[in-house]
Design a protein around this ligand. Structure first.
Ligand SMILES: C[S@@+](CC[C@H](N)C(=O)[O-])C[C@H]1O[C@@H](n2cnc3c(N)ncnc32)[C@H](O)[C@@H]1O
Length: 915
């Protein structure tokens, strides 16, 4: 009986032995362990079945209902088991393969309940198979108060000592004590060897390591019966083993299941039948979300392409109601048309159909002359010209030139002249302003041009001819059409500042002191800069020279109108412009808004960047002696700033002079005020004396027309003319042209005459009416410039000074518009020379009269000490008194007029310049 009880215990012990290699099997004193001894000579270990069974199920209820409800079949030991035990007793051993796992012998699959009566079975010890099989933990809960023996099935690896956990140490020691020492050692060794071989897999090693580190709780440890060899006993097999009564007990227990659960069997949900259509599913965080069909929202549409949002809609502006109510028309999607590039680089520019559009009259004329630009029947769409500039270039034409018209100023660090006060506008000082108001020019300001917009106040503009700048008071057109607004243009150009706009800068020359150069290009006749300074009277000029400038080496004094002088000591940098016998500029006086202003203009050719700006001083040398040497370097240089001594000719025979006189007497200047349609006659009737006429003849020889600079200086014969005599300078020709035009139109009549060259008598036929009774006043001006030039500026000896005086004096009541101030340079000779002597010896050579170049200033050079000459602001007076001073060609008329002037009887001998 003890052996029978020990069989399952041995099986369990065997499993424990598998776990501990070092652990020696307990001796089995009982022969009941014969089944194990069949494997080896060691008798099987036996454990007291009673103690084990009792210990395993101390409180286990024995009732059938409990068995049924807990699904723990209490299986009695079958007869087969008994048979087996009997065999063990008789010494029969069941051979066990080496690789067989020592497990408890599975119960016979079917136990016939009839094999053993119940009563007899009840006397047998009861074993808890589930516990023995390791499945008891599945059905018990500690929380329910069940006492669960925590047993673990352990996986043993080499070197791992057996952990018996909470095995009952006493029982274990008893079992071990009963085991045979010798035979068991062999058996255990073989088993351990085999088990370790079986378990020595990577997975088992991992699990063993894991379990050794942190043994899992017993209720979480998975127990398998497969490896243990125990038969998996289902409830069916158990119930079948229970018999009828057992089955009834099980059915009864099942019938106690909740009715609700039973009803679920018939539901669709239980049968997994979903009658509701699934439209869409909502998943949130990976879970299916049930959507209430009543609150079902329409399924989200797939994202459409980006659509331009209406700005109004964004701003919240409401669209008209009608628009909203409008049923949305079915959108007809138009296929996008491909844009093809029809033209090349300048695509988008249409060829102008009207090629005359936007052009002024002159441009139209030029364009009309180009046959290739006439509008053709088929416009060229292929290659339009870039931005129409090409068209303009074709019209205007332009020689190729390097792009050198950019600003090219001198590098920094250039020598600069001594500091001086600058002045951008003329300023009348003292009585000069009142002088100016008394001048006839002041009244002439009332003139008005009669140009047409298409003409643009070009060369035919009468304001231009008279050197009056157009403005809103005397011109019918604005700046858009009027081209006679040079000073306005200059102001517009320079008011923003900048080197390019200013366009000029002072430069140190090698031998002529400072000069002025251009740092940009200028067009022909373009205004460059204004000569500004203080406008003073002659008296004031004398005072300054005697007092303020007495120690100065240079005087920047220029007379430009009547008896007024511009003192550029405080003024613009135009005072640094040097003289040249072949100049590229002109100094011209204009009347701008009723005020006299003088400016430097480009000559007849454009000026390139870097050129030094020069103009012909056109001064009259009072003396051939001590004349300053000219260093301009031009091919036609006269050699001196004054006239060459050899060219100071002796007086001509009286016969010619008579002719001159005759000519002059017939010369008249008529200035017609067009606006009032009154004819202004400027009549110059020279009544110069014979001596004066001789000097006049000499004066012609120093005509400083810049246009004739390249020609050798020669005496110009003055032909007698019965009609109108005009100069042949370009300006005068323009005047004549304009006058003729005006006469033809009956609008204006202008007569100008200068004794130098007479115009053809046929001009007389188209000449204007000469009205002697005209109210026009003729003025005769005498311009004297005094400049005291230091030795530094010239190669004179120390102490020598050259005084350049420019003076403009009214000689008669009759005024003639003068635009050419003559410059009189009084060259200081030796200081030992008495000024009077020098003055007497001075040779006044009025240079070009306005006849050839009305806009050029004239310089008269006289010799004498600066102080003396400064005192002699009009040294020409003395020279004239002595009869040595020559007069300008036009002085014939002025002398006559001067002679009539009482206050200045001496002025009849003054060399004058009259336009
Ligand atoms: C109005 S200033 C011109 C500026 C002057 N170069 C300066 O440094 O102040 C005139 C003087 O310049 C000098 N000058 C001007 N042009 C000259 C020339 N072509 N040859 C020699 N000297 C000249 C003469 O000394 C003359 O008296």
């Amino acid at each position: 009986m003890a052996a029978i009880e020990a069989a399952p215990i041995i099986a369990e012990l065997d499993s424990l032995l598998l776990c501990g290699s070092s652990f020696s099997s307990s001796d089995a004193t009982d022969s009941a362990s014969s089944n194990f001894t069949s494997m080896s000579s060691t008798p099987p270990t036996t454990v007291s079945a009673d103690s084990m069974s009792l210990a395993s199920e101390p409180d286990h209820p024995k009732s059938d209902t409990t068995i049924a409800s807990n699904i723990e079949a209490v299986i009695t030991v079958t007869s087969s088991l008994e048979t087996e035990i009997e065999q063990q007793k008789s010494g029969q051993q069941t051979p066990i393969a080496d690789d067989a796992i020592v497990v408890a012998e599975p119960p016979p699959p079917e136990l016939s309940p009839a094999s053993r009566p119940r009563r007899a079975r009840s006397s047998l010890p009861v074993y808890n198979l589930s516990k023995l099989m390791g499945t008891d933990v599945h059905g018990r809960r500690r929380s329910k108060g069940d006492t669960v023996l925590e047993k673990r099935r352990r996986t043993i690896s080499d070197g791992t000592t057996a952990d018996f956990g909470d095995l009952d140490a006493t029982k274990l020691s008893d079992a071990l004590a009963k085991a045979s020492q010798t035979t068991k050692t062999e058996v255990d060794a073989s088993r351990v060897k085999r088990s370790s071989a079986v378990l020595h897999t990577p997975k088992s090693a991992r699990i063993a390591k894991k379990s050794s580190l942190s043994p899992a709780p017993a209720h979480l440890t998975r127990r398998t019966t497969r490896l243990s060899g125990a038969s998996t006993e289902t409830i069916t097999t158990k119930l079948s083993a229970l018999g009828k009564r057992g089955k009834k007990a099980v059915d009864k227990a099942v019938s106690r299941l909740p009715r609700e659960l039973m009803r679920l069997k018939d539901t669709n949900e239980f049968a997994h039948i979903d009658t509701r259509p699934v439209r869409y599913t909502v998943w949130s965080n990976g879970k299916y979300v049930e959507v209430d069909p009543s609150q079902e929202t329409p399924a989200p549409q797939p994202p459409l392409k980006k659509v331009k949002v209406d700005e109004k809609a964004v701003k919240g502006e409401e669209k008209p109601a009608a628009e909203e109510q409008k049923p949305a028309a079915p959108a007809v999607k138009k296929p996008r048309a491909k844009k093809w590039l029809e033209k090349g680089l300048y695509a988008g520019q249409e060829t102008p159909l009207d090629i005359f559009k936007g052009l002024n009259s002159q441009e139209k004329k030029k364009l009309a002359a180009l046959p290739e630009l006439l509008p053709s029947s088929k416009p060229n769409h292929t290659f339009p010209l870039p931005m129409y500039n090409g068209l303009r270039v074709l019209i205007n034409g332009r020689d190729f030139k390097l792009p050198f018209d950019v600003c090219n100023p001198l590098p920094p660090g250039q020598p600069k002249p001594a500091a001086y006060r600058t002045m951008t506008k003329n300023r009348f000082v003292g009585d000069a302003a009142s002088y100016w108001k008394k001048t006839p020019h002041f009244g002439d300001f009332a003139s008005r041009c009669v140009c047409q917009p298409a003409d643009g106040c070009d060369e035919d503009c009468q304001n231009r001819i008279m050197l009056y700048e157009c403005d809103d008071t005397n011109c019918n057109f604005g700046t858009a059409h009027c081209q006679n607004r040079a000073f306005q243009d200059l102001q517009e150009r320079t008011k923003k500042g900048g080197r390019y706009r200013v366009g000029v800068e002072v430069v140190k020359t090698g031998d002529r002191g400072y000069g002025v150069r251009s740092n940009r290009c200028f067009e022909a006749n373009q205004i460059i800069m204004e000569y500004t300074g203080e406008i003073i009277t002659e008296a004031e000029c004398e005072r300054r020279m005697n007092e303020e400038y007495k120690d100065n080496e240079c005087y920047y004094l220029m007379s430009f109108d009547q008896n007024m002088i511009i003192d550029a000591t405080t003024g613009s940098i135009a005072r640094f412009v040097n003289h040249s016998c072949s100049p590229n500029c002109r100094m011209i006086k204009w009347i701008v808004a009723g005020q006299p202003r003088m400016a430097l203009f480009a000559g007849d050719r454009p000026i390139m960047t870097g050129e030094e700006l020069t103009y012909d001083y056109n001064f009259d040398p009072f003396s051939a002696k001590n004349v300053q040497k000219c260093l301009c370097g031009s091919p036609n240089c006269r050699g001196v700033l004054g006239p060459k001594p050899k060219e100071v000719k002796a007086p001509k025979p009286p016969k010619e002079e008579k002719k001159t006189k005759k000519t002059s007497s017939k010369t008249s200047r008529v200035l017609t005020k067009v606006s009032s349609k009154a004819t202004i006659k400027t009549s110059v009737k020279p009544s110069a004396k014979t001596s004066t006429k001789r000097k006049l003849k000499d004066a012609f020889e120093f005509d400083g027309d810049d246009e004739e600079d390249d020609k050798p200086i020669k005496k110009q014969k003055v032909k007698a003319a019965t009609g109108l005599k005009r100069t042949l300078s370009s300006a005068t020709r323009k005047v004549a042209k304009g006058a003729a035009k005006g006469a033809a139109n009956g609008a204006a009549t202008i007569k100008r005459s200068v004794a130098s060259i007479s115009m053809a008598t046929k001009k007389k036929s188209i000449a204007v009416k000469v009205t002697k009774t005209a109210t026009t006043k003729t003025a005769k001006t005498s311009t004297t410039v005094r400049r005291v030039l230091g030795s530094g500026a010239s190669k004179k000896g120390p102490g020598k000074k050259t005084t350049v005086v420019v003076s403009t004096k009214p000689k008669a009541k009759t005024a003639v518009p003068s635009r050419s101030p003559s410059l009189t340079i009084v060259a200081a000779g030796s200081s030992s020379l008495p000024a009077q002597k020098n003055a007497d010896k001075a040779v006044s050579t009025p240079t070009s009269s306005v006849s050839s170049k009305k806009d050029m200033p004239k310089l008269t050079i006289s010799s004498g000490a600066s102080k003396t000459s400064s005192r002699k602001l009009t040294p020409s007076r003395k020279a004239l008194e002595s009869g040595l001073l020559v007069g300008s060609p036009s002085s014939a008329k002025s002398v006559k007029m001067t002679a009539a002037a009482k206050p200045m009887p001496k002025l009849k001998l003054v060399a004058t310049v009259v336009n």
